[in-house]
Design a protein around this ligand. Sequence first.
Ligand SMILES: [Zn+2]
Ligand SMILES: [Zn+2]
Length: 287
Amino acid sequence: MEIPSIDDQIAVTDRMIEDRPDLSNPLELHKKILQAQRQVRESPKKGTDVDWDDKSIIDDLQRKAVRSGQPIASFLDPSIFDSKALLHTIGQVIGALIEKGVKEDWPKKFLDEVKRGETNILDLVGAAMKGDAEYFKRYGERFEVSPALILFIINSSIQPCLEEIAKRVDPSFLERWWKAPCPICGRRPMVAKLRARKRHLTCTLCGAVYLADLFLCVNCGNVDPYTLKFLAPEGHSEFRVDFCEKCKHYLKVIDENRLKSPIPRGLEDIMTIDLDLMAKRAGLIRA
Ligand SMILES: [Zn+2]
Ligand SMILES: [Zn+2]
């Protein structure tokens, strides 16, 4: 899996904005986040002190993940990250969010606090890599801000590193994972691509594409086919929403054979926002 250059990704996003002006807001933000990540994305170590060309490092992480069933991110020590590079990206991401209309008082206070070291940036990164929702909930309560927003900012700063790992793992590792959370970063998938009747779960954070059972709720693990249903939008046979009657969560599915034009890598979640609206109207919950 190759990762296109930032400028190529931006050009592709611009074409999507022409196609779908109604999605220009989230697509513009996507472009700004790519720009914010430029320094780290264009550096070989992706904001860490790790030489990713050393195959033994990825091999070791893969082995640990397979043995434990836990994602690779849970074996990464946050101290591999370069605090200065993280702070740079976080500052840029916050700038992008403010340009897109997020009120500036909270993010500025947050950035100052992290810069002064009152909150250790590596603690935040460690919590993001472990998927520690409680940590972000407490942090959000203290700042009276949505935990999802803080997590978005931290995720954006570690995304280039996670993508690098996803790019380098063995294809067989992804094919044999067979669990719902992403094998690299541990996030629950929101999107899947249907290829040759197999549902390839697609991680919107690190870009990993991996396999799991076709009859599996990626939220609660339900495998009872009688309570796993789907919704199909009228006139769009290339899309559907798989959902679980037990927990009411859903997964957006893109049938690649039926797509008129391919959805660019990294834009799967944004280009299927219509499906989120349909799911919401049906009373379903986004993870
Ligand atoms: Zn992932
Ligand atoms: Zn479920």
